[in-house]
Design a binder for this molecule. Sequence first.
Ligand code: ITT
Length: 211
Amino acid sequence: DTVVVATKNAGKVKEFAHAFEKLGMRVVSMFDYPSLPDVVEDGVTFAENARKKAKEVAEALGLPVLADDSGLEVARLGGEPGVYSARYSGEGATDARNNEKLLRELAALGDAGAAEGLEPLADGTKLLSGARFVCALALYDPAERVFVESEGYAAGFIMEQPRGGGGFGYDPLFYLSGLGKSMAELSTEEKQGISHRGIALAALLEELERS
Ligand code: ITT
């Protein structure tokens, strides 16, 4: 009834804890194992990094471990920051600095090459680019030496100004046109229903039920 998640991201911990609580399970994270060394995330894909995190931590603990590698792909930036989303603003990166850097990079493009269909919102807020969140999940069982993997995506737009106080990371800048809200304006429960992480987790649980 305990799931080990190989993450040191408090936002992810909160979302996994919420999801697994509904299944009667408790989540422990790398905050509970402070002496484990950080996994070097040098993969070129989300899936590769998720597998690496799950396997290294699972082998160190001798337990099945779930890992999440995720990020934001911005169309007008050619898919950046992608796998570099956590450290986009460099040494000492924080969510706030990463968001500032994202707005700076998009502002530097000016209106040139702006994607079509980016009408401002009703209050005049400009949309700067199409974007999507990606989440790759990997569950590794060190006894069986098998992976179960899944991916999830959430499509939206980058707004010129942040909105909402929920979520984490790039959520305040990520506008969901279907809901007319930013990802940071959703409750944890609502975010779970539509997010890259919620979708990837549902797929992983389905896969586990089949196997
Ligand atoms: P762990 O590796 O310890 O899990 P991390 O923050 O380094 O934590 P990643 O390497 O997967 O995790 O980087 C993910 C980054 O992508 C994260 O720091 C956010 O900036 C962004 N991100 C991922 N999921 C997000 C979400 O649901 N909402 C907003 N931003 C998200």
